[in-house]
Design a binder for this molecule. Structure first.
Ligand code: ZN
Ligand code: ZN
Length: 305
């Protein structure tokens, strides 16, 4: 039984590696530069702020990091959605049409999406940052964090976030929570990138923001530079937007991470509404068998191809 699970996890990992291409290295270098430089630019920008207050720097910096990543990645996907290039559309996960194929329904959905996105960006996100930042202690010295330390800390944050996301997400699928809270996020059966943050405020705070903050809290914020925190916020924002994009891009930089999920993993969760509760890693869904339906589906698909 355990051997079966390990084989399954390694099989999924091998598939991801098999479908990587040279583009993976290019995407890796581009995204590393993005996650490296943008948080540093933000940090220097805050040097010119009139306040010398960690709480304000944390709240404004986290907000800007998230907004910058959210807008930029969604603009990127918007560009791809509107091109309709065959070379890109071949990576579309769902065999069904994009949501905009049904114009009337999509116009309604778009209004709801914009309303929810604005509410979450203007109200829910600042509230969650204000709560999480109550005892903020990040390092703000001019001495920048080195690459290896950042890598180690982000790896730890990924493991923590994935664990808390898995359990809060599983809880959100209990009938009461699903009906009252999580159903909203599942209105998108075929997901698109901005729908990553199409969620009830309770889910946004407790199911999304708190798991993101769990890693730095457990690691000890006073050992984490605020630049690393900005990097992590941008990394996770881009990761979840890609996970909801509806494309499974074979050279996605997130595939570099061992045992990471691909966007097919979360798309399957939206489409079938079963299992696959993890965010970044496929580990808990393998150990606890909640990923079985997905793995069986992928194994069958592999045989057909
Ligand atoms: Zn769900
Ligand atoms: Zn989702």
């Amino acid at each position: 039984m355990v051997i079966e699970k390990v084989k399954r996890l390694f099989g999924y990992e091998a598939d991801k590696i098999r479908y990587r291409s040279f583009g993976c290295f290019l995407a890796g270098i581009l995204s590393l530069s993005y996650f490296y430089y943008v948080p540093r630019v933000l940090f220097y920008f805050y040097d010119y702020m009139p306040w010398d207050n960690l709480y304000i720097m944390y709240t404004l910096g986290s907000y800007t990091s998230h907004l910058f990543a959210y807008v930029l990645i969604n603009l990127g996907f918007y560009f791809l959605y509107t091109r309709n290039w065959n070379s890109i559309e071949k990576w579309k996960i769902s065999p069904g049409p994009w949501p905009w194929a049904n114009k009337n329904k999509y116009d309604e959905d778009k209004k709801k999406l914009i309303k929810t996105a604005l509410f979450n960006q203007i109200i829910t996100l600042p509230v969650s940052l204000a709560i999480i930042g109550l005892r903020v202690k990040y390092i703000i010295t001019p001495q920048e964090p080195d690459f290896i330390t950042t890598l180690k800390q982000v790896a730890f944050f990924i493991v923590c976030e994935d664990f808390f996301f898995y359990w809060s997400h599983r809880m959100l699928h209990l009938p009461w929570f699903y009906k009252k809270i999580h159903k909203k996020h599942h209105e998108y059966q075929n997901s698109i990138s901005p729908a990553a943050e199409y969620a009830h405020p309770f889910e946004y705070i407790f199911g999304n923001s708190l798991p993101v903050a769990s890693g730095p809290i457990l690691y000890g914020q006073s050992n984490v530079h605020i630049i690393t925190w900005f990097t992590w916020v941008m990394f996770r924002t881009c990761n979840t937007a890609e996970g909801h994009s509806g494309y499974d891009i074979p050279f996605s930089p997130f595939r570099f991470c061992p045992f990471s999920t691909s966007s097919s993993f979360h798309e399957f969760h939206h489409y079938k509404n079963v299992g696959n509760y993890g965010s970044f890693l496929a580990i808990w869904d393998t150990i606890l068998d909640t990923g079985s339906a997905f793995f069986e589906y992928m194994e069958k698909k592999e045989k057909v191809n």
